[in-house]
Design a protein around this ligand. Structure first.
Ligand code: GAR
Length: 222
């Protein structure tokens, strides 16, 4: 990452509110990297508009146009490689990636998942936490490895559930935390403080706990 601003490529599928939080952290120079491209598997993802407004290059790789995961991932790689990224950020990217794609970017790809991993991998996490009567739920930023939603955790934010919560109200409170913790993790990576070694997430050369760092009330960028 020497001699130029570290390059970030963000993959999205939807609204892009996490992308927006990252764009703002870069604009405020809290993250000293440059988001060079946003790639979506959906042409109508609102996040593409957010990227364009911020002057970021966008690409659409529509998964429906490819007859295999390998073909889709191959095109994703082609688009990503044009930018020679130091970091790939999955921000609400809702496609399962092939093992060879994930291995190619191991140690330089982050994901945000709306649960306290390893609890509730996969979909419908908010409803599943409510159905189980969990007193708290949350969100995890982790390195991406070949097994879905299982790479080493970096940061978790916990959010208490409320009696009157629906999946929507809970998701909304959790998203507020997402927009705080994702820029923190990206900043750590870009500043060279965060890496993955032997399937452990390391911050400042110390192995992070299996939960990742737990932030109960994350407020500012660290
Ligand atoms: C976020 O809540 C993120 O946690 C979730 O998708 C949402 C995307 O929102 N990701 C996953 O479920 C990944 N398995 P956004 O497009 O507004 O950032």
């Amino acid at each position: 990452m020497e001699g130029r601003d570290p390059v970030i490529v963000v993959l999205i599928s939807g609204s892009g509110s996490n992308l927006q939080a990252l764009i703002e952290a870069v604009e405020k120079e809290e993250i000293t990297g440059s988001i060079q491209a946003v790639i979506s598997n959906k042409a109508d993802a609102y996040g593409l508009e957010r990227a364009e407004k911020a002057g970021i290059k966008t690409h659409v790789v529509d998964h429906k146009k490819y007859d295999s995961r390998d073909a889709f991932d191959g095109e994703l790689i082609r688009q990503i490689e044009q930018h020679k990224p130091d970091l790939i950020v999955l921000a609400g990217f809702m496609r399962i990636l092939t093992e060879s794609f994930v291995r190619r970017y191991e140690g330089k790809m982050l994901n945000i998942h709306p649960s306290l991993l390893p609890k509730y991998q996969g979909l419908n996490t908010h409803q599943r936490a409510l159905d189980a009567g969990d007193a708290e739920h949350g969100v995890t930023v982790h390195f991406v490895t070949a097994e879905l939603d299982s790479g080493p955790n970096i940061i978790q934010a916990k959010v208490p559930t409320l009696k009157q919560d629906t999946a929507e109200t809970l998701a909304k409170r959790i998203q507020q935390q997402e927009h705080i913790i994702y820029p923190i993790a990206v900043k750590w990576f870009i500043d060279g403080r965060l890496n993955m070694t032997d399937n452990d997430a390391m911050l400042d050369n110390e192995i992070l706990p299996e939960t990742g760092l737990i932030l109960e009330n994350p407020q500012t960028i660290h």
